[in-house]
Structure formats: C-alpha cells, structure tokens
Write a protein that binds this ligand. Structure first.
Ligand code: DC
Length: 228
C-alpha cells in the first residue's frame, strides 16, 4: 500500500506559499513531489484542447481517466516540465486561466475520483511531499505529518501580483485579489473535498513569515515526527 511510504501533506489556498515550500522541502529531503494542482490544471487545458465544456461531467471524467500527462523533473534548473499528449504545457499551466479552469473541474466529485489513484501512485520511496487542497483530508489521510499553510487574502494577492509583475505581466492588485477570493470561495465551499485543514494538521499562518521561517518550522516538525 502506498501509505507505507512516508508522506508529508501540505494543503492551503492559492498564494499561501505551498508551491515553493513543497519544492524546497522535497529537494532538501530528496523525496518525490506531487503538485496535485498541476493535475487539475492539465485537465483544464486538455478540456480546452479537446473542446470539452467545463460542465460536461462524463466527458471530463473520460478525459481525466485517460489523461496522457508526464511530469519530467529537470535537475539542471529545478523545474518540473509538464508534458500533455507529447506537448510541453509547463508555461500554459501557470496562467490564471488554467488556475480558474482547474478550480472549476476540481469541484466535480467524479473527476476527483478519476484522479485519486494517479495521485496516490506518487507515494514512492524514500518519501513524498504532496502539495494540494485535500492531500491530508482525502488523498493521504494516514500521512504522519500534515501541514496547512495559510495567509490573509490580501497578502496572498500581493504575492501573486508581485510574481505577475516580475514576469512582465500586467494586472491590477484589485483584480488579483478578486480572483483569489473567488478561487477561495470555490475551493472552500464546494461540497466535495473542500479546502480545509485536516483535524490533525499543523496550521501555519505565513502572512508575517518569510519562506525561510516557514521551512525552518517545518523542518522542526519533520525532525519531531519523522525522525527514525
Ligand atoms: O494549487 P493550484 O493553484 O495549482 O490549484 C489549482 C486549482 O486546482 C485550485 O483552485 C483548486 C484545485 N485543486 C484541488 O481542488 N485539489 C487539489 N488537491 C489541488 C488543486
């Protein structure tokens, strides 16, 4: 069974710092990384490619079940390339459109069920860091260490805005904040696998914390919970 491999789950809303924290944590430990949001994003992109509407449940489930996606780690620049049906979609994956489409398809229970085993298959020795919304509550409920990262919506919007500006994109802080709040609302209030901390998760509010502080706290928890 997959859960004999140690799993650290990191859940939280967009902009909470999960992505960076998980990448750094997996690299430090030498463990595998599951970016579960990328799976939902790829599904949104696949739907657009195959002209499947985001409310066409049977077609989305079929697409999810047969999703031809590969995650190819590139150790040279610490980037994971995402290849859908033979095409590199790593760039398209990170757009706001892909994030919104992901959030819509991710609200459909049968779509989540179709992607469940694919996510569990990432749990390979020596261990897995799993980044998402329901890693601790649904996908890896027996994980020995569960983290829930959060931050105020305003701070998360500022971080996303700075990223977009840094990449040369245009956006207004208000529109980024509106998007974040809409995504929170969809992710937290959906009936299936809503975003929430697992009962046994350690909640870290990163509003006032830098990435190094967060990693420091997590490595203390790793030593306490997972040391042999
Ligand atoms: O983490 P992210 O921004 O790449 O996730 C994109 C969307 O996918 C997010 O709005 C909600 C959904 N998602 C989910 O429902 N469950 C997960 N485990 C990961 C992401």
């Amino acid at each position: 069974m997959t859960e004999q491999v140690s799993v650290i789950t990191v859940d939280g809303p967009s902009g909470s710092g999960k992505g960076t924290v998980c990448k750094r944590l997996a690299a430090t430990l030498g463990w595998h990384l599951l970016d579960s949001g990328a799976l939902y994003r790829v599904l949104g992109i696949a739907a657009a490619r195959h002209q499947v509407a985001l409310d066409d449940e049977p077609a989305l489930v079929a697409l999810a079940a047969g999703l031809d996606v590969q995650f190819i780690a590139d150790p040279a620049d610490e980037v994971v390339r995402v290849v859908l049906e033979g095409d590199d979609v790593s760039g398209a994956l990170r757009t706001e459109e892909a994030g919104s489409a992901a959030s819509v398809v991710a609200a459909i229970e049968s779509v989540r069920a179709a992607l469940l085993q694919r996510q569990r298959d990432f749990a390979l020795a020596p261990g897995l860091v799993a980044d998402g919304r329901d890693m601790g509550t649904v996908v890896f409920p027996a994980a020995p260490l569960k983290i829930y990262l959060t931050a105020s919506a305003e701070e998360r919007a500022r971080r996303r805005y700075n990223q977009l500006i840094g990449k040369g994109g245009g956006a207004s802080l208000q529109s980024v904040l509106d998007d974040i709040k809409a995504r929170d609302d969809r992710d937290m209030n959906r009936p299936v696998a809503p975003l929430k901390p697992a009962d046994d998760a350690v909640v870290l509010d990163t509003t006032e914390l830098g990435i190094e502080d967060v990693l420091g706290r997590i490595s203390e928890l790793v030593k306490g919970r997972l040391a042999p």
